[in-house]
Design a protein around this ligand. Sequence first.
Ligand code: ADP
Ligand code: ZN
Ligand code: ZN
Length: 801
Amino acid sequence: MRFAKVVVDVPVAQTNRIFDYEIPVHMEQSVFPGMRVIVPFGPRKIMGYVLEVTNHSDIDKIKPINDLMDVTPVLTKELLELGKWLADYTLSFYISTFQAMLPQALKASYEKEIHRLTDVLPQNLETFFAGRDYISYQSFIDAGGSYQNLQQAIQAGDIEVIYHVHSKETTKKRTMIFSKVEPLVLEEAIANLPKQATKKKQILRFFQEQTKPIEKKQLFNQLNTTHNTVKQLINDGLLKEEKIEVYRNPYQNKEVERSSPLPLMDQQKQAMDPICEALDDNLHCVFLLQGVTGSGKTEVYLQAIQHAMEKNKEAIVLVPEIALTPQMVERFKARFGPKVAVMHSALSKGERYDEWRKIHRKEVQVVVGARSAVFAPFENLGLIIIDEEHETSYKQDEHPRYHARDVAIQRATYHHCPVVLGSATPSLESFARAQKGIYQLLSMPQRMNEAEMPTVQLVDMRDELHAGNRTMFSRQLKQAMEERIARKEQIVLFLNRRGYSTFVMCRDCGHVNNCPHCDIALTYHRHNQRLKCHYCNYEERMPSECPECESDTIRYFGTGTQKVEEALQEMLPEANIIRMDVDTTRRKGAHERLLTKFGNKQADILLGTQMIAKGLDFANVTLVGVLAADSMLNIPDFRASEKTFQLLTQVSGRAGRHQLPGEVIVQTYTPEHYSIDLASTYDYDAFFKKEMLIRKTYQYPPYYFLTLITVSHPNQLKVMEVTKTISLLLRKHLSDQARILGPTPSPITKIKDRYRYQCMVKYKNEPNQRKILKKILAYFEDEMKKEDLFIQIDLQPYQLM
Ligand code: ADP
Ligand code: ZN
Ligand code: ZN
């Protein structure tokens, strides 16, 4: 008797363990770890993942597996282990972590189809197909088909099982014909054919030359032959026919011109060599590649990947979602052609499933993708690269709350391979680790072709106000734009819309009210006219005049891109403007269309949010304008300064990347703030020192770890009470060294009629914390299920609202 250890699809604490099921005799040879099965659970039948197959179970009353969902495993052994580790690491359920590793289409669809890959199936299978191209899995099982037959046929390459994806595009297949035997054997076959078989002879002669598969249709046209003649040669075992899928991938349609490796510059060689050495020695280590924008990091990635591929290993490249531009993807496609799979959210469900399948079938060796591509089911990983490693979008803000960097390091440890973290402005966490020698620092301080970083001019918007300019464009920026338009050069204008519009600032002197305890901007509450700190609950009255300069121009902050576009058009009526934000890029392909338009110089100005800050490379852009550098600076987040520094550096990197020199104009109300000032001189080291000092003083990462617990419920009293209980429990059970802040309302106090409260733990070393938090979750589980209570625990949070 064989048994399967199964994790079931019921995400509550009581079921977050492994259940034993009996494997029925007819499935005995067909169940493997990493497959999904349908199992009885109470009165229901649900999905589960098989973790292990054993000969032994301690359970008395054991139930049998009902059905198999997969015919081949969808998760490798490594990914199963990774899932268990990740569940513990992020306080998630096993089932959530396994689900996070698979493409949506696989999870959504239980409907399988069996597709034939050849016209000549073994007789025992042909009876089920009866000439059809594909049949449903269910009809196969209903007609008495066996799992074992199926698995053998998959192994032999006769059929494949795919999940039916509900989408307009269906899988397209082309039938290819190729010779199954050596040219010499064909020669003999030709000699053995009767004299009158001229057509057959002609076909076989053709295949003496044609060694690559040729599309059936093309063969028919070229040789003016028929289906029957070819089929006879297939039956004779001389030719073979195979259906090859035409994937839905949108990038596939466009022919990308292939590129070849560039001779590396010295600084690139010095970065590349240690990475390749680690690869050659099967050594796990983490490299932090700090290279200014335009220093040639991507070329280093490309060549390091090539090195891995030459050793028959695979590579994962993670890129932030918004930097996963067609331009970026094209560079990888150009170098590695069909060996690359691309995974990001702009693809349809079906397209993403196709890309995943290319990895699963080992058709590709490289995947370029956003966060979740870190789970690509490669089995021979040689390299993981995380570009723009400082980007906070690498942290997932829903279950399981993982950081791609942690997962990458975990996987690379398993595979004994290097991880490369690349950035012009590394996160404080990573740079601090590099300084301690935990990561190995590789630096590329020079831009390609000795190009200078563009000069950054800070414009003090307070002076503009005093000079009577009440528009959102300074006189300097206006003049610089007019010059560029006259010279037919292009402009990128950046507006940070992620800025939080509820902080108040004096437009006269730039003063912002900060919490005296937490050093983050206080948030304005309209209903009671008060300013509040969302970490510690400190509050004060909304001032009617600026506490610094007594001006009465103190007010909230924030403007939308559309308003800016209108004002811009009014000021520069002759300018062609492209606006890029969530609204104009919602439609599929819009992002690419707009960029192509700008690249073809069909517009003078590209105006946009975060999504234009990264990865764009246009030769003709000589001016970058930042409209409101302060809006990022004053979000209620202790990383506000770091984010501002990173963003300004990033944006500046968009200008003057090629022959023409670049200029950057940054408009701000606080030019003296260190993150704006130091970004204008590209002084990362000085910024790092200054910011580390502040983190130390106010006890933030990387000196301290954080845990953020957010509670929400429609009833405010309930939320307050639960959050209070949680903070009391934490105070009681954590060590004296841990600091527990709160309960306090979350920065966003109410979402969809649910009140939100939080408490935050700052700590250095609390080995018991996970255990305590699990107990707390278990304690409230009933209320979470029945009373619509929601408790969210985020270890090392990046999203603090
Ligand atoms: P980064 O990724 O650091 O911003 P890129 O890889 O985009 O930098 O390189 C900037 C520019 O320099 C690109 O146009 C790239 O093609 C070019 N480049 C990179 N490496 C070399 C090299 N070794 N020789 C010549 N040009 C290079
Ligand atoms: Zn003031
Ligand atoms: Zn505070």
